[in-house]
Design a binder for this molecule. Structure first.
Ligand SMILES: *[C@@H]1O[C@H](CO)[C@@H](O)[C@H](O)[C@H]1NC(C)=O
Ligand SMILES: *[C@@H]1O[C@H](CO)[C@@H](O)[C@H](O)[C@H]1NC(C)=O
Ligand SMILES: *[C@@H]1O[C@H](CO)[C@@H](O)[C@H](O)[C@H]1NC(C)=O
Ligand SMILES: *[C@@H]1O[C@H](CO)[C@@H](O)[C@H](O)[C@H]1NC(C)=O
Length: 201
């Protein structure tokens, strides 16, 4: 089957017409238990879910759309719930944007967005607060997001993150600092960048 391609990448129609049916066959054969899809633009999820039989997709993994600087995943939650699809929200620190040290060199955010996040981090540091901890707690707070996925590269980080989650459950959110950070990030709130190819419906 020939599908339109751009820069070697496939259009979503191929995911619907070929990839998902192939995965369903593997599921029927008992080789996979669950099927999930992922990608940065939120539109891809309803595109695929609206075109496959109910129950086909068990879970979606969204990233960088539920953090202090971008909470647009929120709008999709009722739809996902109605479809019975599980939600994994990854990158609560927005791929390093919401950290004291800032994001890696390759981070695709605009200079404006990076600068705003740096301002927010500097504000937190000055007040003796930790922007990463707050960002993590913000992402953990939404009960409709069953899983928050965060990368950790040391036992120390695991301990710190567990402590942050426990603090959230016991002491609660530092609303005052959070609202200050939200104020700083307001001009860039919900900004994102293009990823993959532009799909035509
Ligand atoms: C994908 O499948 C649909 C439904 O079977 C069909 O109408 C459509 O032509 C297919 N698209 C492509 C690009 O093959
Ligand atoms: C950001 O997105 C969320 C979810 O769509 C929305 O509730 C909120 O008002 C948006 N904020 C801004 C400043 O655009
Ligand atoms: C801030 O919190 C994060 C997440 O809990 C942790 O990994 C990091 O080490 C903390 N940074 C500082 C400077 O305490
Ligand atoms: C926040 O950061 C994430 C990941 O870097 C990005 O996807 C998102 O667009 C950013 N949004 C805002 C409003 O800063």
């Amino acid at each position: 089957m020939k599908y339109p391609k751009k820069n070697g990448l496939v259009f979503l129609v191929q995911i619907v017409n070929e990839t998902i049916p192939a995965l369903l066959k593997l599921k029927e054969a008992g080789k996979v238990r669950f099927i999930g899809i992922t990608g940065l633009p939120l539109e891809i999820f309803s595109y695929v879910l609206d075109r496959v039989p109910p129950g086909t997709i068990d879970v979606i993994l969204s990233y960088c759309h539920y953090s202090i600087n971008d909470s647009t995943l929120e709008d999709l939650l009722p739809y996902l719930k109605s479809k019975g699809v599980g939600v994994i929200s990854a990158s609560p620190l927005a791929m390093g944007l919401l950290t004291e040290n800032g994001p890696p060199e390759w981070h695709p955010a605009s200079p404006e967005l990076k600068a705003a996040c740096q301002d927010a981090a500097a504000y937190c540091k000055e007040k003796g607060k930790n922007i990463s901890k707050l960002a993590m707690q913000y992402s953990l707070l939404n009960k409709d997001i069953s899983t928050v996925l965060v990368g950790m590269n040391s036992v120390k980080q695991v301990d710190e993150n567990v402590a942050a989650a426990v603090e959230l459950a016991t002491v609660g959110m530092d609303e005052k600092t959070l609202s200050q950070i939200e104020g700083i990030l307001k001009p860039v709130k919900n900004q994102t960048w293009p990823s993959g190819i532009q799909q035509s419906r």
